[in-house]
Design a protein around this ligand. Sequence first.
Ligand code: HEC
Ligand code: HEC
Length: 238
Amino acid sequence: MKIQRYWRCALFAAWGLATLAPAAAATPTRVPDTIEQRAAACIACHGREGASTNAGYFPRLAGKPEGYLYNQLLSFRDGRRHNSDMVHMVRHLSDAYLREMAHYFAGLDLPYPRPATTSDASQQTLQRGKALVFQGDAARGIPACAQCHGQALTGVQPGIPALVGLPRLYIASQLGDWLSAGRHALPPDCMAEVGRKLTTADVNAVAAWLALQPMPADPKPAAALPGPLPMPCSAMGN
Ligand code: HEC
Ligand code: HEC
């Protein structure tokens, strides 16, 4: 945590410089305001060019659907998601600026880290996670995760993110946020509806199973859903 705090200070200094740069246009030492320069403030946490690693907590940004990234940046700015580091990063930024950042990271095509190969979860837990992902739990009104996140779990354009290539800790923490009603999208907020139905044992099982899955040969988000959405989602424009 100490390291994180150090980075936060250093970053906010750098970020401040970059965003203030246009005002200092007359001075010869102006920091160039390019998209790479703006993105540099994100890398210390999200990894080189937003590629992240799977050992820690920070989610990858590179190659995620542009609409998804944009929605998240708006959500941090407008109070639907609450991570304090992220809120500080984006709270004064315009829609156009955030759209540009989303576009930049969505367009990066970088190798994925290898998934974890061992887990402390039991075989039974892993099987339960896999069943929820591909079959859901009809008796409890839980659709299969793959119905929305794609059969390959690489996400679906324009608004649904991948479930593979994320750190286990991050997956579990986001699912926990839906359980405690701490993460929201604009209505209809389908993921919040699904997330609310999971138990902590479900969360543990899906996070453990997902973290062991390798990226498929084509890691890009699917262009279209595998079938009709099981419920309306604002992220998909309905
Ligand atoms: C000080 C560390 C830090 C910095 C710097 C940072 N982030 Fe983040 N970011 C985080 C954390 C932590 C999360 C996960 C938040 C949560 O738990 O909801 C996150 C989440 C995100 C998400 C949501 C990802 C997802 O899969 O839902 C996006 C998008 C994002 N950051 C973009 C950016 C951009 C763009 C920048 C640079 C302008 C940036 N971040 C800088 C720490 C950081
Ligand atoms: C009805 C469609 C739907 C179903 C079913 C669904 N999801 Fe989602 N999921 C979404 C949408 C849409 C988002 C983006 C939410 C947002 O924009 O805040 C999302 C986001 C997520 C995220 C956040 C990823 C990140 O990078 O922050 C996780 C984790 C997740 N879903 C896990 C699951 C799991 C596990 C299941 C199955 C138990 C599941 N989802 C089922 C639609 C769905």
